[in-house]
Write a protein of this length. Structure first.
Length: 317
Protein backbone atom coordinates (compact mmCIF):
# COMPACT_ATOMS: atom_id res chain seq x y z
CA UNK A 1 0.00 0.00 0.00
CA UNK A 2 1.39 3.39 -1.03
CA UNK A 3 1.75 5.88 1.84
CA UNK A 4 0.09 9.18 1.02
CA UNK A 5 0.77 12.54 2.67
CA UNK A 6 -1.77 15.27 3.38
CA UNK A 7 -0.52 18.62 2.12
CA UNK A 8 -1.79 22.13 1.60
CA UNK A 9 -0.97 24.63 -1.12
CA UNK A 10 0.82 27.36 0.82
CA UNK A 11 1.94 29.46 -2.15
CA UNK A 12 0.90 29.71 -5.76
CA UNK A 13 1.90 32.20 -8.43
CA UNK A 14 2.36 32.37 -12.18
CA UNK A 15 5.79 32.64 -13.76
CA UNK A 16 6.30 32.98 -17.48
CA UNK A 17 3.11 32.98 -19.56
CA UNK A 18 1.41 29.85 -18.23
CA UNK A 19 3.55 28.13 -15.60
CA UNK A 20 2.20 27.68 -12.08
CA UNK A 21 4.76 27.66 -9.29
CA UNK A 22 3.23 25.80 -6.35
CA UNK A 23 4.56 25.24 -2.83
CA UNK A 24 3.17 22.37 -0.74
CA UNK A 25 3.54 21.86 3.01
CA UNK A 26 2.29 19.12 5.29
CA UNK A 27 -1.22 19.77 6.62
CA UNK A 28 -0.91 17.11 9.32
CA UNK A 29 1.68 15.88 11.82
CA UNK A 30 3.40 13.89 9.04
CA UNK A 31 6.85 15.16 8.14
CA UNK A 32 7.48 15.30 4.41
CA UNK A 33 10.25 12.86 3.40
CA UNK A 34 13.65 14.15 2.35
CA UNK A 35 14.53 13.62 -1.30
CA UNK A 36 17.41 13.59 -3.75
CA UNK A 37 17.71 15.56 -6.97
CA UNK A 38 15.70 14.10 -9.85
CA UNK A 39 12.79 12.99 -7.65
CA UNK A 40 9.12 13.52 -8.45
CA UNK A 41 5.87 13.15 -6.53
CA UNK A 42 2.41 11.93 -7.51
CA UNK A 43 -0.28 14.57 -7.09
CA UNK A 44 -3.72 13.15 -6.30
CA UNK A 45 -5.74 15.91 -7.93
CA UNK A 46 -9.25 17.07 -6.95
CA UNK A 47 -10.66 15.67 -10.22
CA UNK A 48 -9.50 12.14 -9.28
CA UNK A 49 -6.50 12.07 -11.59
CA UNK A 50 -2.98 11.20 -10.45
CA UNK A 51 -0.13 13.03 -12.15
CA UNK A 52 3.65 13.06 -11.66
CA UNK A 53 5.59 16.32 -11.32
CA UNK A 54 9.26 16.91 -10.60
CA UNK A 55 10.37 18.56 -7.40
CA UNK A 56 12.07 21.82 -8.28
CA UNK A 57 14.05 23.39 -5.45
CA UNK A 58 17.19 23.24 -3.40
CA UNK A 59 16.92 19.75 -1.84
CA UNK A 60 18.43 21.07 1.41
CA UNK A 61 15.16 23.02 1.83
CA UNK A 62 12.82 20.13 2.60
CA UNK A 63 10.16 21.66 4.86
CA UNK A 64 8.09 22.15 1.69
CA UNK A 65 7.91 20.82 -1.86
CA UNK A 66 8.00 23.16 -4.87
CA UNK A 67 6.62 22.33 -8.31
CA UNK A 68 6.64 24.14 -11.64
CA UNK A 69 3.67 23.02 -13.76
CA UNK A 70 3.01 24.10 -17.34
CA UNK A 71 -0.60 24.54 -18.39
CA UNK A 72 -0.51 22.18 -21.33
CA UNK A 73 -2.64 23.14 -24.34
CA UNK A 74 -3.13 19.40 -24.97
CA UNK A 75 -3.86 18.59 -21.34
CA UNK A 76 -5.60 15.29 -20.64
CA UNK A 77 -7.03 16.95 -17.53
CA UNK A 78 -4.03 17.05 -15.18
CA UNK A 79 -2.40 20.43 -15.74
CA UNK A 80 -5.81 21.97 -16.45
CA UNK A 81 -6.98 20.84 -13.00
CA UNK A 82 -3.83 22.27 -11.44
CA UNK A 83 -4.45 25.61 -13.14
CA UNK A 84 -8.16 25.77 -12.29
CA UNK A 85 -8.28 24.25 -8.80
CA UNK A 86 -4.93 24.17 -6.97
CA UNK A 87 -5.10 27.60 -5.41
CA UNK A 88 -3.59 28.69 -2.10
CA UNK A 89 -5.20 26.88 0.83
CA UNK A 90 -6.40 23.84 -1.15
CA UNK A 91 -5.62 20.50 0.49
CA UNK A 92 -4.73 17.31 -1.38
CA UNK A 93 -2.75 14.10 -1.07
CA UNK A 94 0.65 13.32 -2.54
CA UNK A 95 2.96 10.32 -2.66
CA UNK A 96 6.42 10.16 -1.16
CA UNK A 97 9.14 11.32 -3.57
CA UNK A 98 10.23 8.71 -6.10
CA UNK A 99 13.40 8.96 -8.15
CA UNK A 100 13.71 7.49 -11.65
CA UNK A 101 16.20 10.18 -12.69
CA UNK A 102 19.01 10.15 -10.09
CA UNK A 103 22.39 11.83 -10.33
CA UNK A 104 25.36 9.55 -10.93
CA UNK A 105 28.90 10.02 -9.70
CA UNK A 106 30.67 11.95 -12.45
CA UNK A 107 33.69 14.16 -13.01
CA UNK A 108 31.36 16.66 -14.72
CA UNK A 109 27.59 16.86 -15.32
CA UNK A 110 25.91 18.58 -18.27
CA UNK A 111 22.26 19.46 -17.57
CA UNK A 112 20.17 20.31 -20.65
CA UNK A 113 16.55 21.37 -20.15
CA UNK A 114 13.93 22.15 -22.77
CA UNK A 115 11.08 24.39 -21.59
CA UNK A 116 9.37 23.10 -18.45
CA UNK A 117 11.87 20.23 -18.51
CA UNK A 118 14.21 22.56 -16.63
CA UNK A 119 12.43 21.70 -13.34
CA UNK A 120 14.28 18.53 -12.22
CA UNK A 121 17.55 19.93 -13.57
CA UNK A 122 17.32 22.96 -11.28
CA UNK A 123 17.17 20.59 -8.30
CA UNK A 124 20.16 18.68 -9.70
CA UNK A 125 22.09 21.93 -10.11
CA UNK A 126 21.43 22.91 -6.48
CA UNK A 127 22.56 19.48 -5.25
CA UNK A 128 25.71 19.51 -7.39
CA UNK A 129 26.53 23.02 -6.15
CA UNK A 130 25.93 21.97 -2.53
CA UNK A 131 28.29 19.00 -3.01
CA UNK A 132 30.87 21.20 -4.75
CA UNK A 133 30.77 19.05 -7.90
CA UNK A 134 31.48 20.24 -11.44
CA UNK A 135 28.46 20.95 -13.66
CA UNK A 136 26.82 23.28 -16.16
CA UNK A 137 23.11 24.01 -16.65
CA UNK A 138 21.55 24.83 -20.03
CA UNK A 139 18.04 26.29 -20.32
CA UNK A 140 16.56 26.06 -23.84
CA UNK A 141 13.27 27.65 -24.82
CA UNK A 142 11.36 29.81 -27.26
CA UNK A 143 11.63 33.03 -25.23
CA UNK A 144 12.51 34.41 -21.82
CA UNK A 145 8.96 35.75 -21.49
CA UNK A 146 7.50 32.24 -21.61
CA UNK A 147 10.06 30.73 -19.21
CA UNK A 148 9.99 30.33 -15.43
CA UNK A 149 12.64 30.64 -12.70
CA UNK A 150 14.62 33.25 -14.69
CA UNK A 151 15.26 35.67 -11.82
CA UNK A 152 16.37 32.80 -9.59
CA UNK A 153 18.75 31.45 -12.23
CA UNK A 154 20.07 34.83 -13.33
CA UNK A 155 20.68 36.32 -9.88
CA UNK A 156 21.06 33.36 -7.48
CA UNK A 157 23.88 30.96 -6.65
CA UNK A 158 23.32 29.01 -9.89
CA UNK A 159 23.93 32.03 -12.12
CA UNK A 160 27.64 31.28 -12.83
CA UNK A 161 26.73 27.79 -14.07
CA UNK A 162 23.66 28.66 -16.16
CA UNK A 163 23.51 29.20 -19.92
CA UNK A 164 20.34 30.47 -21.59
CA UNK A 165 19.38 29.50 -25.15
CA UNK A 166 16.21 31.41 -26.04
CA UNK A 167 15.17 31.45 -29.69
CA UNK A 168 13.63 34.93 -29.56
CA UNK A 169 16.95 36.31 -28.30
CA UNK A 170 18.70 34.90 -31.38
CA UNK A 171 20.14 31.84 -29.64
CA UNK A 172 20.16 28.53 -31.48
CA UNK A 173 20.60 25.65 -29.05
CA UNK A 174 21.04 23.10 -31.83
CA UNK A 175 23.94 25.00 -33.35
CA UNK A 176 25.42 25.62 -29.89
CA UNK A 177 25.48 21.96 -28.89
CA UNK A 178 26.61 20.77 -32.31
CA UNK A 179 29.59 23.10 -31.89
CA UNK A 180 30.28 22.26 -28.23
CA UNK A 181 29.64 18.52 -28.00
CA UNK A 182 33.00 17.64 -29.58
CA UNK A 183 34.76 19.49 -26.73
CA UNK A 184 32.76 17.88 -23.91
CA UNK A 185 34.76 15.26 -22.02
CA UNK A 186 33.43 11.76 -22.71
CA UNK A 187 33.59 11.02 -18.98
CA UNK A 188 30.86 13.63 -18.40
CA UNK A 189 27.30 12.58 -17.69
CA UNK A 190 24.49 14.21 -19.66
CA UNK A 191 21.02 14.78 -18.20
CA UNK A 192 18.13 16.03 -20.30
CA UNK A 193 14.46 16.70 -19.71
CA UNK A 194 11.85 18.32 -21.93
CA UNK A 195 9.65 17.38 -24.88
CA UNK A 196 10.33 13.86 -26.16
CA UNK A 197 11.64 15.10 -29.50
CA UNK A 198 14.04 17.46 -27.70
CA UNK A 199 15.39 14.68 -25.46
CA UNK A 200 15.72 12.31 -28.41
CA UNK A 201 17.75 14.95 -30.25
CA UNK A 202 20.10 15.43 -27.27
CA UNK A 203 20.50 11.67 -26.88
CA UNK A 204 21.20 11.18 -30.59
CA UNK A 205 23.76 14.00 -30.60
CA UNK A 206 25.52 12.57 -27.54
CA UNK A 207 25.73 9.09 -29.08
CA UNK A 208 26.93 10.64 -32.33
CA UNK A 209 29.87 12.04 -30.36
CA UNK A 210 30.69 8.68 -28.75
CA UNK A 211 29.13 9.22 -25.35
CA UNK A 212 28.38 5.89 -23.71
CA UNK A 213 24.65 5.22 -23.30
CA UNK A 214 25.20 4.78 -19.55
CA UNK A 215 26.32 8.42 -19.42
CA UNK A 216 23.11 9.70 -21.02
CA UNK A 217 20.09 10.18 -18.76
CA UNK A 218 16.63 11.50 -19.59
CA UNK A 219 13.36 12.00 -17.74
CA UNK A 220 10.14 10.82 -19.36
CA UNK A 221 6.72 11.83 -18.03
CA UNK A 222 4.59 11.46 -21.14
CA UNK A 223 4.85 8.47 -23.42
CA UNK A 224 2.66 7.34 -26.27
CA UNK A 225 0.94 4.10 -25.30
CA UNK A 226 0.54 1.61 -28.15
CA UNK A 227 -2.48 -0.63 -27.49
CA UNK A 228 -2.52 -2.40 -30.83
CA UNK A 229 -2.14 -6.17 -30.99
CA UNK A 230 -4.04 -9.44 -30.90
CA UNK A 231 -6.05 -10.62 -27.92
CA UNK A 232 -4.47 -13.00 -25.41
CA UNK A 233 -5.28 -14.74 -22.14
CA UNK A 234 -4.18 -13.79 -18.64
CA UNK A 235 -4.34 -16.22 -15.75
CA UNK A 236 -4.45 -14.35 -12.46
CA UNK A 237 -2.92 -17.07 -10.27
CA UNK A 238 -3.73 -15.71 -6.80
CA UNK A 239 -7.25 -14.66 -7.85
CA UNK A 240 -7.88 -18.00 -9.59
CA UNK A 241 -9.31 -16.26 -12.65
CA UNK A 242 -8.71 -16.59 -16.39
CA UNK A 243 -9.29 -13.35 -18.26
CA UNK A 244 -9.34 -12.48 -21.95
CA UNK A 245 -7.47 -9.29 -22.87
CA UNK A 246 -8.96 -8.02 -26.12
CA UNK A 247 -7.21 -6.06 -28.88
CA UNK A 248 -6.96 -2.34 -28.01
CA UNK A 249 -7.50 -3.14 -24.31
CA UNK A 250 -4.90 -2.96 -21.57
CA UNK A 251 -4.29 -5.78 -19.12
CA UNK A 252 -5.15 -3.31 -16.37
CA UNK A 253 -8.57 -2.63 -17.92
CA UNK A 254 -9.27 -6.33 -18.48
CA UNK A 255 -8.42 -7.16 -14.86
CA UNK A 256 -10.64 -4.35 -13.54
CA UNK A 257 -13.50 -5.66 -15.69
CA UNK A 258 -13.26 -8.94 -13.77
CA UNK A 259 -13.06 -7.29 -10.37
CA UNK A 260 -9.27 -7.35 -9.91
CA UNK A 261 -8.12 -3.85 -8.98
CA UNK A 262 -4.43 -3.02 -9.30
CA UNK A 263 -2.86 0.15 -7.96
CA UNK A 264 -2.06 2.49 -10.84
CA UNK A 265 -0.81 5.99 -11.48
CA UNK A 266 0.56 7.24 -14.81
CA UNK A 267 -1.09 4.64 -17.11
CA UNK A 268 1.68 5.35 -19.63
CA UNK A 269 4.32 2.80 -18.65
CA UNK A 270 6.47 5.37 -16.89
CA UNK A 271 6.09 5.16 -13.11
CA UNK A 272 6.13 1.40 -12.37
CA UNK A 273 3.17 1.52 -9.96
CA UNK A 274 1.37 -1.36 -11.71
CA UNK A 275 4.45 -3.60 -11.92
CA UNK A 276 3.56 -7.30 -11.60
CA UNK A 277 5.52 -10.59 -11.49
CA UNK A 278 5.20 -12.94 -14.48
CA UNK A 279 5.09 -16.64 -13.59
CA UNK A 280 4.73 -18.07 -17.10
CA UNK A 281 4.57 -16.71 -20.64
CA UNK A 282 6.50 -14.06 -22.56
CA UNK A 283 5.55 -10.38 -22.11
CA UNK A 284 5.70 -7.85 -24.92
CA UNK A 285 7.24 -4.90 -23.08
CA UNK A 286 6.00 -1.46 -24.14
CA UNK A 287 6.98 0.55 -21.08
CA UNK A 288 9.85 2.95 -20.42
CA UNK A 289 10.15 1.97 -16.75
CA UNK A 290 11.99 -1.38 -16.89
CA UNK A 291 15.60 -1.43 -18.01
CA UNK A 292 16.62 -3.41 -21.10
CA UNK A 293 18.14 -6.09 -18.85
CA UNK A 294 14.97 -6.33 -16.76
CA UNK A 295 12.90 -6.68 -19.92
CA UNK A 296 15.10 -9.51 -21.14
CA UNK A 297 14.48 -11.40 -17.88
CA UNK A 298 10.74 -11.49 -18.76
CA UNK A 299 9.77 -12.04 -15.12
CA UNK A 300 7.98 -8.70 -14.64
CA UNK A 301 5.47 -6.67 -16.62
CA UNK A 302 3.96 -3.18 -16.51
CA UNK A 303 0.22 -3.83 -16.73
CA UNK A 304 -0.97 -0.45 -17.99
CA UNK A 305 0.67 -0.68 -21.42
CA UNK A 306 2.48 -3.97 -22.10
CA UNK A 307 0.97 -6.99 -23.82
CA UNK A 308 1.91 -10.63 -24.45
CA UNK A 309 3.93 -12.36 -27.16
CA UNK A 310 2.64 -15.72 -25.98
CA UNK A 311 -1.01 -16.75 -26.17
CA UNK A 312 -1.14 -16.86 -22.40
CA UNK A 313 0.44 -15.00 -19.46
CA UNK A 314 0.33 -16.31 -15.90
CA UNK A 315 0.59 -13.41 -13.45
CA UNK A 316 1.18 -13.38 -9.69
CA UNK A 317 -2.01 -11.53 -8.83
Amino acid sequence: MTILYDVKVTDRYMDGENISIIALQSSSDQILPVFDAGAHIDLHLPNGMVRQYSLCQNPTENSFYRLGILRDENSRGGSECVYEQLHQGVELKISAPQNLFPLAEAHHSILIGGGIGITPLITMAYQLHHENRSFELHYCGSSAERSAFLVELQDGILAPYTHFHFKNDGANHRAYFQDHFPAFQKSSHIYTCGPNAFMDWVEHLAKQHQFHSKHIHKEVFQAEVDLTGDSFEVIAKKSNKTIQVFAHETILTALAREGITIEKSCEQGICGTCLCDVLEGEPEHRDVYLTDDEKQDNDQIILCCSRSKSKQLVLDI
